[in-house]
Design a protein around this ligand. Structure first.
Ligand SMILES: Cc1ncc(COP(=O)(O)O)c(C=O)c1O
Length: 461
């Protein structure tokens, strides 16, 4: 069929696209079979936090595969499982000491939602089952995690299948969904984005509400939008008031990405459950999971005979866990939290310079090496029309210029608006950041030329 790529056997993510075939990776670069090099400006999908081709991790995985590639956690455990759990607990916030593994972030969030429900039920609060998530947040693509998330485009096709989860708006001070100004909020103990949580819990009946789930920094949906400084402390108070468990989704933000082990560390609140994924094995193996507070584990021992009614075949897969252990050792040895902070501020500075030169960069935000660039048609933030698929197109042009970013759309209201997430491996150096900015500059100039027929200052290209 014309316009589709059909000459192979792959069920492609998008049959209208042709994908470069990657043969290998090294450091921050990926190489395709024609020898073209791409600077990985988004660590794949904010996962490959150490870059590519690290033999030490491959060796750890091979070593484990040779010793015992698979055991089922219903019957057996492995030493690597214990070592990695201990290591993760040692960097998690106080009290979060027990680690449960899954293969991906969606499964991690499913597990957290189920654990919250089981704990309430077993403690005698059988009505507690409702999960509150947030519009314009993402928690995964399985039905439970998609229902918890608030990504209108991803939910749209599956609306009839989705579960009846509730939502408030994610805070976004640049475009407050509650139409409040920063000044109003600074005068108010509990701004609207926090009040809305309490109001919804009361409306639903606290006896029915099980958990509130939130990304500490909203990744794919909003492009690294930060919460107000005290948002999570205030949310914590409300969750405690109504015995609602606080699940913080660190699938994108965990393991040094934002310059601390977990992004919630920046905001002084202790969650009941942290879910994680991506960076834990830095893309070398499918690995994710949840870190659970001791209070919940105590409840499980007291009321549930210590049994969680849940599990996956590949929970704690030894080869994935071995990858995770090698990865965490490298994060620690190379002091990558600190490096993410330093490289992040250099990248931020360079993006600010670029903003002064290219009129379609509306906003730059984020923390550490999780930065978002919002694209708009003018200085007032007017979005490009959705048909222009601005962020996708800019990324295509960037790939032509040898760099890849993580494009996103629906930034303003779930349907309109565009952003790019810029989240290179935490190991990136200044020269490579300069190269990344150069490719982005060229892509933005090309896009402007395409959209507006304007060639901006050829000399700067
Ligand atoms: C915050 C967040 N949660 C959950 C997920 C889902 O993770 P996975 O794709 O590994 O299932 C993602 C993936 O992008 C994510 O960014």
């Amino acid at each position: 069929m014309e316009g589709f790529v059909m000459e192979d056997y792959v069920f492609h993510r998008d049959f209208s696209k042709s994908y470069p075939i990657i043969t290998h990776g090294s450091g921050v670069y990926l190489y395709d079979k024609d020898g073209k090099r791409y600077l990985d400006g988004c660590s794949g999908a904010v996962a490959a936090n150490l870059g590519h081709g690290i033999e030490e991790i491959a060796d750890a995985m091979a070593g484990q595969a040779k010793k015992s590639a698979f055991v089922h956690t219903l019957r057996f455990e492995t030493e690597v499982l214990h070592s990695l759990s201990k290591k993760i607990a040692s960097i998690a916030p106080e009290g979060l000491d027990r680690v449960y593994f899954t293969s991906g972030g969606s499964e991690a969030n499913e597990s957290a939602i189920k654990l919250a429900r089981q704990i309430h039920r077993d403690r005698g609060k059988a009505e507690k089952h409702i999960v509150i998530g947030r519009w314009q947040s993402y928690h995964g693509n399985t039905f439970g995690s998609l229902s918890a998330g608030g990504d209108i485009k991803r939910r749209h096709v599956y609306t009839p299948n989705l579960l009846d989860f509730e939502h408030i708006y994610s805070p976004n001070c640049l475009r407050c969904p509650y139409q409040r100004s920063l000044d109003e909020c600074s005068r108010n103990q509990n701004p609207s984005c926090v009040q809305s949580l309490e109001r919804l819990i009361l409306e639903l009946g606290p006896e029915n509400v099980s958990a509130f789930i939130a990304e500490p920094i909203v990744g794919s949906q909003l492009g690294a939008v930060l919460p107000p400084e005290e948002y999570f402390q205030r949310v914590r108070v409300i969750c405690d008031r109504y015995d609602v468990l606080l699940i913080i989704d660190e699938v994108m933000t965990g393991f040094g990405r934002t310059g601390s082990h977990f992004a919630i560390d920046h905001y002084g609140a202790i969650p009941d459950i942290i879910t994680f994924g991506k960076g834990v094995a830095a893309g070398y193996a499918p690995l994710a999971g949840m870190i659970v507070h001791e209070d919940i584990v105590e409840g499980l021992l007291k009321h549930s005979k210590g049994k969680f009614m849940h599990g996956y075949t590949y929970s704690g897969h030894p080869v994935s866990v071995a990858a995770g252990l090698a990865v965490l050792q490298i994060y620690e040895r190379e002091n990558l939290c600190e490096k993410a902070r330093m490289a992040g501020s250099y990248l931020y500075e360079k993006l600010k310079e670029l903003q002064g030169e290219v009129p379609i960069i509306y906003d730059i935000r984020g923390k550490g090496l999780l930065l978002g660039v919002e694209i708009a048609a003018d200085a007032a933030g007017t979005p490009f029309p959705p048909e222009a698929a601005a962020s996708e197109r800019i990324n295509e042009l960037a790939m032509e210029h040898g760099a890849v970013f993580y494009p996103g759309s629906g930034t303003i209201d779930g349907m309109r608006g565009d952003h790019l997430i810029i989240s290179p491996p935490l190991t990136i150096n200044q020269e490579e950041i300069d190269e990344l900015i150069h490719s982005l500059r060229r892509a933005l100039h090309d896009f402007i030329t395409e959209m507006m027929g304007v060639v901006l200052n050829e000399a700067s290209k």
